[in-house]
Ligand binder design. Sequence first.
Ligand code: AP5
Length: 216
Amino acid sequence: MKNIIFIGPPGAGKGTQAELICKNYGIKQISTGDILRANVAQMTPLGISAKSFMEKGKLVPDEIIIKMIKEEITKPENSNGILFDGFPRTIPQAIALDNMMVELGMNLDRVLLLEVPDEEIILRLSGRRICRTCQRTFHIVFNPPPDPKECDRGVCDIYQREDDKEETIMKRLAVYHDQTSPLIDYYESKGKLVRINGVGSLESIYDLITKAIQNN
Ligand code: AP5
């Protein structure tokens, strides 16, 4: 069983690599951003509370996120291992996760930090496109979506995320440096952190990640 955390700035490639790693290791991805966006789309009470924070590029309050993770982490489909993508994002979230893991007898194997400079993040996020049908993530230059007629998972319906507009990208980056980057010291001091150079081809980064997981 593997339990892994991906941290890194918005657009570092966490979601892209998480999909590949989960397939390879047979573990489940818990992406707090994806869960929140699904709730916003369905206008659930959770989605209604989260929407305005997300649109402004701010973090959703810790108590909402921690409650959401408590519900996810115990689902039977997650019993083979979890890749946390976009959680924790603050020190209180990290402490809450530590406590949940102790309570549930779970072990944290690795925390992988995907390091990407801000200039590259802006290029990546402003060109990111997502398919509503299959939820895959693309980039208009670096990883172009297939021709809609050739999509192997149905007809691709490509859109741009609301928070991928340049002004919101800058706010999300500031929030990352201010509120999420303290997690680097937190996990380094526990001996769990591995730094991964997140600039390069999808394949070369995937190789670095798998090596870091295997060396655990
Ligand atoms: P969330 O959805 O988690 O967004 P994020 O962390 O900002 O991360 P992204 O999904 O934007 O990027 P990514 O690292 O997954 O990159 P990707 O693989 O797509 O959160 C959204 C919002 O929800 C937050 O702002 C907050 O409001 C809220 N939220 C979520 N979790 C929360 C929490 N725990 N606490 C509080 N609030 C929370 O790649 C990006 C682009 O780059 C793509 O186009 C991709 O094709 C391309 N790309 C990927 N790898 C490469 C490469 N190697 N070279 C070139 N291009 C690449």
